[in-house]
Design a protein around this ligand. Structure first.
Ligand code: L34
Length: 294
């Protein structure tokens, strides 16, 4: 048996069409154009390509984006000054500070400086706290994107055994939290595995749904998957490939071809979770703009 492939690009396209209609309505009825400030410090090639893709996606659905690309030497004080300017700017409804930041800048201090009502990444402690207690807030983009992929693919979460591999603040921890919420998005039984887990395969073999967010290629191999399981690959690893035109190839955290033969549903990399991350940023920006009208 070979798995059905979850087409993240197509799901992203469907949601973007829904958002485009909401943007049009917001303009017509309230005169509001949603605005997103995009902040990138430094020249990391992957970050540059993600940020460019985010700005392009904004333009496609009528969101105004304000591009702020700063040199790697930018001081923390300069970045904090930019954020307070953006916090006060009425044209800006959402602020995205692409991570990782250069080492001399304290990420948590920068995130804390973003006004919670503009925190479209859902990384501010106020947003994280609200999410954990089940209050309405901005949900972090990658976890929210994964939930949308599962929901729109008809995967049943209620009572499902889900294993999340990875405990980052931007994926593993929030995703595990959302999956266990008492909501149509949740009601799963969630296990979080990480680098110190004693027997990873013992956990993943019991899972109805395995979500790989470890940041390492081939973390999940076919012998670790129960036949018929759903496999979601959050990894985006660039591996050197002399035959590729840019010198690298993108792979996830899942050993894709063998795992595909065992799973019932699987997301590819690229074209799986990545496009959903960008789409949920658009959704959060529309949400921020909508809330600014009340
Ligand atoms: N603040 N920092 C902040 N917010 C985020 O939500 C992110 N993330 C992660 C890194 N840092 C962040 C992203 O934007 C990861 N990430 C991200 C965004 C988009 C894609 C992958 C990761 C994406 O579009 N991936 C494409 C392939 C892109 C390529 O070819 O390089 C895909 O199809 O998977």
């Amino acid at each position: 048996m070979s798995a059905v492939i979850i087409d993240g690009k197509q799901v992203a396209k469907d949601i973007r069409a829904e958002l485009e209609a909401q943007v049009r309505q917001l303009k017509a009825e309230k005169g509001i154009v949603p605005g997103l400030a995009v902040v990138l410090v430094g020249q990391d090639p992957a970050s540059q390509s993600y940020v460019t893709a985010k700005e392009k996606a904004c333009a496609e659905i009528g969101i105004y984006s304000d591009d702020n690309r700063l040199p790697a030497e930018t001081s923390e004080a300069e970045l904090l000054a930019l954020i307070s300017k953006l916090n006060a700017d009425p044209k800006i409804h959402g602020i995205l500070v692409q991570l990782p930041l250069p080492k001399h800048i304290d990420e948590s201090r920068v995130i804390l400086a973003i006004a919670p009502e503009k925190d479209v990444d859902g990384f501010h402690p106020v947003s994280v706290g609200k999410m954990v207690i089940g209050e309405k807030t901005f949900l972090p983009c990658t976890p929210h994107g994964v939930l949308q992929l599962l929901l729109r693919s008809g995967v049943k979460l209620d009572g499902a055994e889900v294993v999340v591999v990875g405990r980052s603040n931007i994926v593993g921890k929030p995703l595990a939290n959302l999956l266990l919420q008492k909501s149509p998005y949740g009601n799963a039984t969630v296990t979080i595995c990480h680098t110190r887990t004693k027997d990873l395969a013992a956990h993943t073999l019991r899972a109805d749904i395995v979500i790989a967010a470890a940041g390492r290629p081939k973390t999940i191999t076919a012998d670790m998957i129960r036949p018929g399981a759903v496999v979601i690959d959050v990894g985006v690893n660039r591996v050197a490939d002399a035959s590729a035109k840019n010198g690298y190839r993108l792979v996830g955290d899942v050993d894709y071809l063998p795992v595909k033969e065992k799973a019932s549903l699987i997301t590819p990399v690229p074209g799986g979770v990545g496009p959903m991350t960008i789409t949920m940023l658009l959704a959060n920006t529309v949400q921020a703009a909508t809330m600014s009208a009340h």
